[in-house]
Design a protein around this ligand. Structure first.
Ligand code: 5AD
Ligand code: SF4
Length: 443
């Protein structure tokens, strides 16, 4: 048998790409590729790319430029571009960077083995169709219990694409229409992950709370129904989901936050802006007030829930007063975690046609918003000191005897103890709060 070929995958962007990279590596595993963590000795380099903001997309071309000399030194090296830049730019990529051997969109990566075969004849295949067939049905099944143990926390994509068409966002174009995986497919995959040592699963989707998969009863199931089915898997201790749209926070999902013990008290619920004119221009289809009322209902179900959000500053036409409404909304909600971005025009989206806010104005707004979110984040973290939390330990820390895990609120927690193993779920008393993590002791 020939020596295994080495595959280096570099992942950009969101958690869905992290999941896709794993699945692509598994698909290529069936073709004899094994993972390596450096591009230098790789036989294939796969960049799994992100197109959400201009900077993210540009990174891909600079990385490809850096990889070019590797290809000149090793002509057999295959370089592939996957993910959302692949979807959005297609053949433009091979035109701009001839070192690229193949391009594959996020809906077509089950065809990777075919594509790789084609490159052997010197072709440069570009596969960005949204195929009829379900890629998940065509990927090799995820290995079950007999295989290597894996890290205790895993991602599982249950829904892809988006039908919301927010005016700034490329996702409906790069990932296509909303599609949910059937319930049984999800439960089987979750069962396999748990058999391999996984104790926490984060359900992923661009619009995950709009999940509407076909259940074993032939009916359409909601995300809450799916969560309750996962709740029954013995050995699975924690369930999370991300990312959600406010308009799809259904009653049963809010209730689950109050009644499902395995569903963690953390919710990422992007609002983007606190101003109603901007929300309308963004095509968000909700007001600031509706969002604040929704948060109140979620908090009534689960008072200790930690909230996280996404915000865009400098959306076309945003005035100083309108921006201040975003600051007011942030004050009113109180976030434990916040992700804020300067608006970036994306080709093909409706907002890209509109006049932009001056860059220095947008930068200054971003600075103010990040200062406020930073304060809230620090306050939420500091408030954990003295409290008892549960921690799922994931890996060894930098210091000897130190272990790092995540609390139910997704805070990183460091504990020094010789009793801990990865995958342990332990009660921990929080004793200190640092820059980006908490310290604690086992109870
Ligand atoms: N410009 C800036 N931020 C954007 N996001 C999505 N599209 C853009 C854009 N064109 C942000 C939104 C979204 C997050 C994933 O990225 O806040 O929730
Ligand atoms: Fe993009 Fe999210 Fe809006 Fe869908 S809901 S268009 S993914 S920002």
């Amino acid at each position: 048998m020939s020596a295994p070929k080495k595959l280096f995958v570099k992942t950009y962007g969101c958690q869905m790409n992290v999941y896709d990279s794993e699945r692509m590596a598994e698909a290529l595993g069936s073709e004899g590729y094994v993972a390596t963590d450096t591009p230098d000795d790789a036989d294939m380099i796969l960049l799994n790319t992100c197109h959400i903001r201009e900077k993210a997309a540009e990174k891909v071309y600079s990385e490809l430029g850096r990889l070019k000399p590797l290809k000149s030194a090793k002509p057999d090296l295959k370089i592939g571009v996957a993910g959302c830049v692949a979807q959005a730019e297609g053949e433009e990529i091979t035109r701009r960077q001839p070192a690229v051997d193949f391009v594959v969109g996020p809906q077509a990566y089950h065809r990777l083995p075919d594509l790789v075969a084609k490159t052997k004849t010197g072709a440069k295949p570009v596969e960005t169709e949204f195929p009829e067939e379900d890629k998940f049905e065509h990927l090799p099944a995820r290995p079950g219990g007999t295989l290597a143990r894996r890290a205790p926390a895993a991602f599982l994509t249950v829904q892809e694409g988006c039908d919301k068409f927010c005016a700034f966002c490329v996702v409906p174009y790069t990932r296509g229409a909303e599609v949910s995986r059937p319930v049984e497919q999800v439960l089987n995959e979750a069962g396999n992950l748990v058999a391999r040592g996984v104790r926490e699963i984060t359900l992923l989707g661009q619009n995950v709370n709009a999940y509407h998969g076909i259940g074993p009863d032939g009916e359409v199931w909601s995300l809450a129904q799916l969560i309750w089915a996962l709740d029954k898997i013995e050995g699975l201790a924690r369930i999370r989901f991300t990312t959600s749209h406010p308009n799809d926070m259904s009653d049963d999902l809010i209730d689950a936050h109050g009644s499902c013990a395995k569903l963690m008290p953390y919710l990422h619920l992007p609002v983007q802006s606190g101003n109603d004119r901007i929300l309308k221009a963004m095509n968000r289809k909700h007001t600031g007030e509706a969002y604040i009322k929704l948060i109140a209902r979620i908090r009534a179900a689960r008072p200790d829930i930690l909230l996280s959000g996404d915000f865009i500053v400098g959306f076309p036409g945003e005035t100083e007063e309108e921006f201040q409404d975003t600051l007011k909304l942030v004050e009113a909600v109180g976030y434990g975690q916040g992700y804020s971005f300067k608006y970036s025009a994306r080709p093909g989206t409706p907002a890209a046609e509109r006049a932009e806010v001056a860059d220095d104005v947008a930068s200054e707004r971003l600075y103010r918003l990040q200062a406020l979110l930073g304060q809230q984040q620090k306050a939420a973290q500091d408030a954990m000191v003295g409290r008892e939390v549960s921690v799922l330990f994931e890996r060894a820390g930098r210091q000897t005897g130190q272990w790092v895990g995540k609390s139910e609120y997704l805070h990183a927690v460091h504990v020094t103890s010789d009793e801990i193993q990865p995958g342990d779920l332990r009660r921990v008393r929080i004793t200190g709060s640092g820059t980006n993590s908490l310290a604690g002791t086992l109870m």
